[in-house]
Design a protein around this ligand. Structure first.
Ligand code: SF4
Ligand code: SF4
Length: 378
C-alpha cells in the first residue's frame, strides 16, 4: 500500500497520461487502459508486472475509475483520444483493448468501436485479478465481476475519512484549544475504524431505500437510528470506563467528548453507504431506482451480465433472454443500461417514471447523485 496516495485517496490525484510499456511487448501484446488516478495506475501496473503488454493511462481528471465514469469525468472522448493520440495504433497490429469493468457506467463500448475500430473487452473489477483474467483467455469469472468491500478497502476508507478530518481539526485546535489536539486527533482516527472495520457485521441493518430527511432538493439518509448510534454508544461507554479508571470522571468530560464524537460520527454517517462500494450513498436519489427489462427488445447478448458489478444477471440461453435473479443486490450504477445494445433496459422510479438509456448515456451523476434531466412518465 502506498501510504501517501492512500492517505489522500479521497481527493483527485492525477498521474501522467500516455502509453506505458510493461515488460517486452511486441505487436501482438495485449493493451490495457485505465484511469489516471495515481492509486489506480499504480495498482494496475503492479498487477501487470511480469507480463509483456501495453498500458494506456487515459485522462479521468485524477479520479478513480468508477466515480469518474459515473460522474462524467472519464468519457468516451477520453478513451478515444487515448487510443488515437498515444501512438498505440502503431505499436500493435490487433485492435482489442481491455478497459476496467467499472468504467462501463459511463464509457460506451459501442461508441469506442464505432469511432476507433477498437474492440472493448471489459476487464475485472479489481486490478489484482488481471493475471488470472489473462490466464483465463481474457474471460472473467463471476468473482472477477463483483465489487466487494474487503478488509483492506475498509481500512483505506477509514484512513480516507480520518486523515483530512484530523488535519482540519488539528489545525483549528492548535490555534484555539491546544490541550485538545492529541485527544481529538486520536478520536477522529478511532471513529472511522470503529465504523468501517465491523461493516460486514451490520451491513444487513442498513437500508438504502430509507426515505431520509429532505434538505433543500436533496434527501439525506443519516441512518442514525441504528448502527452509528450503537457505535456512538460504545464510544461513550469507553469514555466513561476510561475516565473512571483514570480517576478523572466528570460529567463535563463525558458531555464534551460525547458531543465531539457524536459530530464526527454524524458526518461519517451521512455518507456511510456512499463510502462503500456495496450501497448507494444516502445522498444519492438514484438509490430508489429499479432496473426494468423489456423482454421484447432483449436478444440475450449478455453485455449486461458482463458489466454488472453485483452479478444481478443471468442469461437464459434457450429463450435468448436476460433474467435478473439477484436484482435486490443492484447498486443502481447504470452500467447495464448504458451498455445494452438493444436499449432493452431502463431505470424506473416508484411512481413509474422512466429514465431512458439515452438520458443515462447523456447526463452523468453530479456529486449529489442527481442527473440534470427530466424524467419521462409512462
Ligand atoms: S445487454 Fe440488453 S439485449 Fe443484451 S442480454 Fe442484456 S438486456 Fe438483453
Ligand atoms: S443491475 Fe444494477 S448494479 Fe447491475 S449493472 Fe445494472 S444498475 Fe448496475
Amino acid at each position: 500500500m502506498n501510504i501517501v496516495t492512500t492517505l489522500l485517496r479521497g481527493f483527485p490525484l492525477p498521474c501522467k497520461t500516455g502509453v506505458i510499456k510493461i515488460g517486452n511487448p511486441n505487436k501482438n501484446s495485449p493493451v490495457f487502459l485505465t484511469a489516471n488516478f495515481v492509486l489506480t495506475a499504480q495498482r494496475v501496473k503492479k498487477a501487470l508486472n511480469g507480463t509483456d503488454c501495453y498500458l494506456l493511462v487515459a485522462n479521468s481528471r485524477g479520479i478513480n475509475v468508477w466515480c469518474s465514469a459515473a460522474g462524467g469525468y472519464f468519457t468516451n472522448h477520453d478513451v478515444i483520444s487515448s487510443l488515437k493520440v498515444s501512438g498505440i495504433e502503431k505499436l500493435v497490429t490487433h485492435r482489442n483493448v481491455v478497459l476496467p469493468q467499472l468504467a462501463a457506467a459511463g464509457i460506451e463500448s459501442r461508441v469506442i468501436s464505432e469511432k476507433t475500430g477498437w474492440n472493448v473487452i471489459w476487464g475485472p473489477v479489481y486490478a489484482k485479478d488481471i493475471p488470472k483474467f489473462m490466464e483465463n483467455e481474457f474471460r472473467k469469472t463471476p468473482q472477477m465481476r463483483e465489487v466487494k468491500f474487503p478488509l483492506m478497502q475498509r481500512i483505506e476508507i477509514a484512513v480516507m475519512w480520518a486523515f483530512p478530518f484530523s488535519i482540519i481539526a488539528g489545525l483549528i485546535t492548535t490555534l484555539f484549544w491546544r490541550n485538545m489536539v492529541l485527544p481529538l486527533i486520536s478520536l477522529i482516527w478511532a471513529l472511522p475504524f470503529l465504523i468501517f472495520m465491523p461493516f460486514p457485521l451490520y451491513s444487513n441493518l442498513l437500508n438504502p431505500q430509507k426515505k431520509g430527511t429532505k434538505f433543500s432538493k436533496y434527501t439525506v439518509v443519516f441512518d442514525f437510528n441504528r448502527v452509528p448510534l450503537i457505535l456512538e454508544g460504545i464510544v461513550l461507554f469507553c469514555l466513561i470506563i476510561y475516565s473512571v479508571l483514570a480517576g478523572t470522571f466528570t460529567w463535563e468530560f463525558i458531555l464534551r467528548w460525547g458531543f465531539i464524537s457524536f459530530v464526527v460520527t454524524l458526518m461519517i454517517s451521512i455518507d456511510l453507504m456512499g463510502s462503500t462500494p456495496v450501497y448507494k450513498s444516502g445522498l444519492h436519489e438514484e438509490r430508489f431506482l429499479k432496473v426494468v427489462l423489456n423482454d421484447k427488445k432483449c436478444d440475450g447478448c449478455g453485455f449486461c451480465k458482463e458489466v454488472c458489478p453485483k452479478n444481478c444477471y443471468e442469461i437464459d440461453k434457450i429463450r435468448h433472454l436476460a433474467t435478473m435473479p439477484r436484482l435486490n443486490q443492484c447498486v443502481q450504477c447504470g452500467a447495464c443500461i448504458v451498455q445494452c445494445p438493444q436499449d432493452a433496459l431502463c431505470f424506473q422510479n416508484s411512481k413509474g417514471e422512466i429514465i431512458s438509456p439515452e438520458v443515462l448515456r447523456k447526463f452523468k451523476l453530479n456529486l449529489m447523485g442527481k442527473r440534470a434531466v427530466k424524467i419521462e412518465r409512462r
